[in-house]
Structures are given as C-alpha cells and as structure tokens.
Design a protein around this ligand. Structure first.
Ligand code: ATP
Ligand code: MG
Length: 254
C-alpha cells in the first residue's frame, strides 16, 4: 500500500485539485486508488462528484467509535475516496490533541487496514503546519510538494525544507509547480529559480494554469469527462506516469 502525500505550506496552491485529478489519472492507468482526505475542510467529496459536503466521513466515524474506513465512497470513474466528514469544533480539537500525542497515528492506522494492500493511497492535506499535514508527512512513502511559480513559494522554501527534514526523514520527495502560466515572463523566471534551487527534487512536469480545473470542480465532473482535451489533463497524465515510475510508489509495501 504505497502512500503519496500532497504537501505544501501554502494555502490554496492546488493540493486537493491535484490529489483528485491524479487519483483519476491513476485509475485510468489501471491502478487501484484510495484518496484520503486528511483535511477538516471536508471538500474532497465535492471535487469527486458529491453535490454537498458529506456529514459522514472517516473522522466522524472515528468519533462515534466505529471503523473509520466505513465511510469510503466510490465515484463514477472508480476512484475510491474517504472524505473527512463533518466534525463539531470540540471533537476536532480532541482529534487534533490525539494526533499531537501520537505522531504515527495515521501511519499505524493505515498499516492496519488489510483491504488497502494493493491500493495507492493519496493523502490530501491542509497547509503545514496543520497536525493533519504532519501526520500525512509521517505516513508517506513519497511526498509530492506543491508550489507555484511565485515569490511566496520561493520565500517559503526554507520553511518547507525544515518540515521535510523533520518529518519526512529522508523519504523521497519531489516538488511540483502548479498553476503555471508560462506566457508570463515573471512566472518563467520564478520557475527557473525554483528549478535551480531544487536541483533533482524539481519535478520537470509543471501543471499549467487551466480554467478547465475550476470548471470541472464547478460542474462536478472529472477533467477526463468534462475537459478531455485540456492542458491540465495532459500535464497530469505526465505527472502520474512520472510518479508511477518512482520505486517508492511501485507496489505493495515491503
Ligand atoms: N492548475 C490549475 N489551473 C487553474 N486553477 C487551478 C489549478 N489548480 C487548482 N486550481 C484552482 O485553485 C483553487 C485552489 O485549489 P485547491 O482547493 O485544490 O487548493 P488547495 O491547496 O487544496 O487549497 P486549501 O489550502 O484550501 O486546501 C481552486 O479554485 C482550484 O480550482
Ligand atoms: Mg485543499
């Protein structure tokens, strides 16, 4: 059960969109996938075809003392996903306290789910330093860091690196630039600086800014279904192919 965590210390840089569309791309390539929402925002289901944010999710089942994987759903494309669910503020604070006490909680829970043996698990996270993002970092076999070609990403790079050093502990990672507008000289410049700073950790397949991503979300369709000729879909197919070739994501955990 290889685990891919989408991580960033920037809000709104596209982690959830990428998690969803990469999940579809992997399913398209014949891979069994579970998209796990490690984010109390509870938006993942909306990206995967639900019309409203679900009350029931893994965190709400956990709160009720029931098996937390029981909230899994499957969309029309075959992407299995576990939404976070709706949690009252006090319950959320309690869960966050548990995560703070038990840094390996998510890794241990995932390891104990036998059904996941051959599935690729994609972990969608809130921005670091959320405790949910820290758990996902600790549970990941491969970390896909999401940035943008802008000054905010560049300035935050050392902070991000410190988190990776502390929690990913040498596990492989790559940095993906999302929402790139390569017609803008400033973005091309930022991209070049990021590439130079990151060296071989820079993933040479950026995902371009494409209105199709926002339209797909607004219309509750996948890119494949709603925008089969979009630039973003082509970009994501390239990223999925690159990720599949990474030994850490190749198959069952040793
Ligand atoms: N490649 C892209 N091209 C155009 N729009 C994009 C792209 N990627 C993401 N977006 C849009 O950017 C917005 C933020 O994306 P998303 O919610 O996936 O980011 P996030 O990192 O998960 O945010 P949050 O910090 O709230 O969890 C959304 O409106 C989404 O449709
Ligand atoms: Mg998100």
């Amino acid at each position: 059960m290889p685990r891919l965590a989408l991580i960033s210390n920037l809000d709104g840089c596209g982690r959830t969109s990428l998690a969803v569309h990469l999940a579809s791309a992997f399913v398209e390539r014949g891979r069994r996938v579970l998209a796990l929402e490690c984010d109390p925002a509870n938006l993942l289901g909306l990206h995967l075809g639900l019309e409203q944010a679900p009350e029931r999710g893994w965190a709400s089942l956990l709160q009720e003392g029931r098996p937390w994987t029981g909230a899994a759903l499957q969309n029309s494309e075959g992407v299995v996903f576990l939404p976070f669910g709706s949690l009252a503020p006090a319950a959320l604070a309690g869960l966050e306290a548990t995560l703070a006490r038990e840094p390996c909680w998510l890794a241990d829970e995932l390891a104990a789910v036998p059904d996941l043996a051959d599935a690729l698990v994609l972990l969608d996270t809130p921005a670091l330093p959320s405790p949910f993002a820290r758990q996902a970092l600790g549970a990941a076999d491969f970390v896909l860091v999401v940035l943008e070609a802008d000054g905010r990403s560049l300035v935050q790079l050392p902070v991000l690196q410190a988190w990776l050093d502390a929690l990913a502990r040498g596990r492989p990672h790559a940095v993906l630039v999302n929402r790139l507008d390569s017609s803008l000289p400033l973005e091309r410049d930022f991209l070049a600086v990021l590439q130079q700073r990151l060296g071989e950790r820079f993933l040479p397949y950026p995902v371009h800014r494409d209105e199709a991503v926002r339209l797909a979300f607004a219309c509750c369709v996948s890119l494949c279904e709603g925008h089969p000729h979009s630039q973003a879909l082509r970009d994501l197919a390239g990223v999925a192919g690159w990720l599949e070739a990474q030994p850490a994501l190749a198959g069952a955990r040793p």
